[in-house]
Design a protein around this ligand. Structure first.
Ligand SMILES: [Cu+2]
Length: 135
């Protein structure tokens, strides 16, 4: 009985590990966005984002099974209800494969912002969007 319980727990942990593995190095407070081919996990600094203050973003891009690894990612943001974007362009570096850091982002108004991640791989781009409400 004891053995069976341990075995079952092991299975649960393995399944949970597969689901949360993307961006594990970013810590538990990360936001995860699921796309068809990729999963993006990110954290911001500061968190939460403060209107009118620059923020940076650390993200991991994880390819799903059989999908090519990401070559680059473009990060932008817009307010769909106001039909405008940011007044700043993020600069992006990649400290290691699949991990990116964007700096110089700024939300200049409170309200709904859509953060977009354009993942480029093998000549194709997939967009993942994370919707935020900034007070
Ligand atoms: Cu606006």
């Amino acid at each position: 009985m004891r053995f069976l319980r341990i075995a079952a727990t092991g299975c649960v942990l393995a399944a949970a590990g597969a689901a949360v593995a993307c961006g594990e190095s970013l810590g538990g407070a990360r936001t995860t966005v699921e796309g068809g081919k990729y999963t993006v996990a990110y954290t911001t600094s500061p968190a939460p984002i403060v209107v009118g203050q620059h923020f940076s973003l650390d993200l991991a891009v994880c390819a799903k099974g059989g999908v090519p690894a990401p070559q680059s990612v473009r990060i932008d943001a817009s307010m769909p209800e106001h039909r405008h974007g940011m007044n700043y362009r993020a600069s992006i570096t990649s400290p290691r494969a699949g991990v990116f850091r964007a700096e110089g982002l700024l939300f200049h108004m409170p309200g709904r912002w859509d953060l977009t991640f354009d993942v480029v791989a093998d000549g194709a781009t997939q967009r993942l969007t994370s919707t935020l409400r900034v007070e």
